[in-house]
Each structure stands twice: as C-alpha cells, then as structure tokens.
Design a protein around this ligand. Sequence first.
Ligand code: HEC
Length: 154
Amino acid sequence: MVLAIPASLVTSAIAQSDFQPSPNAGKYAPRLTEVMNTAQVQHLKLWYAGKAKNWDLAAYELRQLTNSLAEAAIFYPAIPVSNVTTMTDPLLSVADAIAAKDDRKFAVSMRVLTNGCNTCHTSMDRGFIVIGVPAGEHSPVNQIFAPPANSRKP
Ligand code: HEC
C-alpha cells in the first residue's frame, strides 16, 4: 500500500504552524510537536521513576527532558529564550531532590517544574495544553484534557 498524503495538505499544515525551525536547524529538524511529545513522555517517566525511588532512572530522564527543552529553544527561535531559562531553577531543584534521594522535595519540585511547562504554553497561546503530574483524576496520564478553568467561564 502506498501512503499518499497530498503535498498540498502537508504544506498547508506546516504553513499553519506558528513555529518554523531555525534555518540553521537543517533539513531534518524535529517538528516542535515531536520535541514536546517526547518531553511529555520524559516528564511522565521522570515522575514515576522518582515515585518508585529509582533515582538512577530519574536522573537519566531528567537529563533527557532537559535536552528536549534545550532542543525546543535551539530549533525554534520563535520561543522566547527567557521562557526556557525560567525552567533552569525548577530543573536544578528536581536534580537536587534526586541527588538527595528526597521524595518529598522531588514531588514539590516536580510540581514547580510542571507549572513552568504550563506557563510557557499559556504565554505561547497554547494555554489549552495543560500538563499535570500523574495523580488523581487524570492518572496515569500527565496531561489534563478538560478545558482549563478560565476557558470554561461563559
Ligand atoms: C519554552 C516554552 C515551552 C516549555 C518550557 C514547554 N513547552 Fe510544551 N509546548 C510549547 C509550544 C510552543 C507548544 C506548541 C507547539 C505547536 O503548536 O506546534 C508546546 C506543545 C506541547 C505539547 C503538545 C504536543 C502535541 O502535539 O500534542 C505537549 C504534550 C507539551 N508541550 C509538553 C510539555 C512539557 C511536559 C513541558 C515541561 C516539561 C513543556 N511542554 C514545556 C512550548 C513549551
């Protein structure tokens, strides 16, 4: 079977995206959605690794997630650098919690980190993409699919 996607459709989908890769990114730059979906899975694994006190795995996933966020900024110049650098402190505090094997600090700093994901989404007109830690109603997924509270208001 031949997979035929009309070129016009692909082109218009790309044209509709606000995010063009940097001209320096080369022909095979990952789409921003790929970088972010990867970051989402890394965030999820990081959370479960920390919850399970598998600190080596948590440290590994944190490195991967940090690289994904750096990639988003390097490949996509439309993302303000300050939106990425504000993630530095939360990333460092998760790293500290992992180094100290401190599960309480881990949970707290993961929430701060997750707020950072959402702050950037809101500032980039993507406030409908709400990341959470996998707990409660949306477990085991780390994304909240209900409309954000402010968009539910009439
Ligand atoms: C510096 C800004 C920024 C930060 C920080 C950020 N994101 Fe994103 N994210 C974006 C933008 C911009 C989009 C929308 C991409 C698009 O429209 O093509 C996005 C989209 C997404 C999506 C939707 C992908 C899809 O196609 O379904 C997910 C999931 C996501 N981000 C996860 C995360 C997670 C998890 C974190 C935190 C660990 C995070 N993001 C941090 C900017 C950011």
